[in-house]
Design a binder for this molecule. Structure first.
Ligand code: ADP
Length: 474
């Protein structure tokens, strides 16, 4: 079975968040299971592209509105990621350094989708499945079904995965002319609330969509930035599949980015080696419990709550706990968190920025990882923390509900709380401090969490079964 994954991000080529981790791992596991899975993404002028060899395998030009664009398909020469990797290069549009946040982002992603469809049509390819990830490629199912240009792909099924339903990629009808000629009787499928909404359009057009956890599928009907009614009506088409983690990249026994290996059967020594490295780097005492946060500093992640919650915890538990923040995002939150560096120099550090190697060391060297998310479609951080023997402290939402059980419940191993609020966060931190004092229980929990299996094997199988169910209908 031939599958193309289409996405804006793919680790290690270009990563902003969890989308990249999934797109960089799932195809590898699908190929191991006998599929032919490939990734197609925009060209970015980034280190991975500069340092690896690519062949230009296709060149053509097409139209976006009233402009013609030349485009090229670049293929990575050695399949070193475990799958075929294709980049779509469009001079002036898809040739930049950053993944998002350009003013012409809509043009970039529409041009990406058109170039993909034109390439596979003109090069006479007939994939079985086109698997689209998030709104950036949400117009593909519609164009495939309702533009005569792509009729030869009518036997290809599309799957759409929602990694984040808060972002829709919506735009106004003044950009309608960017789309190819479509059958106008179906144009209503593009619409939500008087605009073109790629996420809504994808949900309406696909036979099946997936979310990255079952609980998130339910939540979208109550919280999806205006698409609640659509998700409520279309819920029967949805399936929640929890993300796996790439156990080759995230392996505490071999990870080159950490200070020393961690043995899952005897984690105490390895954890301490990493904690010492981390604490030395940030001037913190390794004797105290170390609670970390890694992630985008945005409201969705509950990051705005942290300056106040940390102030309260560091005051109530003065000299009893250390906190380490790694993240970037809202400037106000960045500033408020950075201010705490001076107020609590012995016990607190904020590192503003994106740093993959530091993230690995933090998963390895911390005792607890805090995730006070308001919205968490799946969450990968808690899965990495578990694999590296770090106890997750999570708000019960989305994928965090599906992957973390409170340690006071049977078989539990994390610290869970209900509200994204100051009170709940500080209470959870107090529980972590008490747990840390009970060294025997902590060691037991570490062994328990390091034995959990969140590898891709099971999740990849669920996607493969979904593909089977779609292709057998045709
Ligand atoms: P989201 O995709 O919503 O940001 P996920 O939990 O799905 O959240 O994935 C986040 C991924 O990004 C994880 O791999 C995490 O380690 C990584 N990450 C987030 N922020 C940073 C940062 N500042 N530095 C390094 N890695 C980060």
């Amino acid at each position: 079975m031939k599958v193309f994954h289409l996405a804006a991000e793919c680790y290690p080529v270009a990563k902003v968040g969890g989308l990249a981790d999934v797109v960089g791992a799932l195809p590898k596991y699908q190929n191991e299971a006998g599929l032919q899975a490939a990734v197609v993404m925009p060209f970015y002028n980034v280190k991975f592209v500069q340092e690896n060899e690519f062949d230009v395998i296709f060149e053509a030009s097409n139209r976006l509105g009233d402009k013609r664009h030349d485009f090229q398909i670049w293929k990575e020469r050695t399949n070193k990621l475990g799958f075929e990797l294709f980049l779509i290069y469009i001079p002036g549009l898809l040739d930049r350094q950053e993944v998002y946040s350009y003013p012409d982002e809509r043009e970039q992603f529409i041009a990406f989708q058109l170039a993909f469809l034109d390439w596979i049509t003109w090069s006479q390819q007939t994939p079985d499945i086109i698997h689209c990830h998030d709104h950036h490629v949400g117009l593909i199912p519609f164009m495939l079904q309702h533009s005569a240009l792509y009729r030869r792909l009518s036997k290809t099924s599309t799957v759409f995965t929602i990694h984040n339903g808060q972002y829709h990629g919506a735009f106004g009808y003044e950009k309608f002319y960017y789309l190819p000629e479509v059958d106008m009787q179906y144009a209503g499928l593009l619409d939500w609330s008087g605009g073109i909404n790629p996420l809504a359009c994808a949900i309406k057009c696909v036979a099946k969509f997936t979310t990255v956890s079952p609980s998130y599928l339910e939540e979208l009907a109550n919280n999806s930035n205006g698409l609640e009614y659509l998700f409520y009506m279309q819920r029967a088409k949805g399936q929640g599949i929890v993300n796996g983690i790439d156990t080759e990249v995230w392996n505490p026994a071999t990870d080159p980015m950490i200070a020393g290996p961690i043995d899952p059967l005897l984690p105490a020594d390895g954890k301490m080696v990493n904690k010492l490295a981390l604490c030395e780097r940030f001037g913190l005492s390794p004797k105290l419990p170390l609670i970390a946060f890694i992630g985008r500093l945005v409201v969705e992640k509950g990051a705005d709550l942290l300056p106040e919650a940390f102030t309260q915890s560091l005051t109530e538990h003065a000299g009893e706990v250390n906190i380490l923040m790694l993240g970037a995002g809202d400037k106000e939150t960045e500033a408020a968190l950075t201010q705490l560096n001076d107020l609590y120099p012995q016990n607190y550090t904020t590192y503003i920025g994106y740093n993959e190697a530091l993230a690995h060391l933090i998963y390895a060297g911390s005792d607890f990882l805090l995730m006070p998310s308001r919205v968490e479609p799946c969450g990968l951080n808690q899965l990495y923390a578990l694999r590296y023997g770090t106890v997750p402290i999570v708000r019960r939402t989305g994928g965090l509900i599906d992957t973390v059980i409170d340690f006071s419940d049977e078989g539990g191993y994390g610290i869970c709380f209900n509200q994204a609020s100051n009170d709940d966060i500080t209470y959870a931190i107090s529980r972590a401090i008490s747990l840390y004092k009970n060294s025997e229980q902590l060691q037991l929990l570490r062994k328990r969490i390091m034995a959990l299996d969140f590898s891709w094997t099971q999740s990849a199988n669920q996607y493969n079964q979904l593909y089977d169910s779609l292709t057998s209908i045709i």
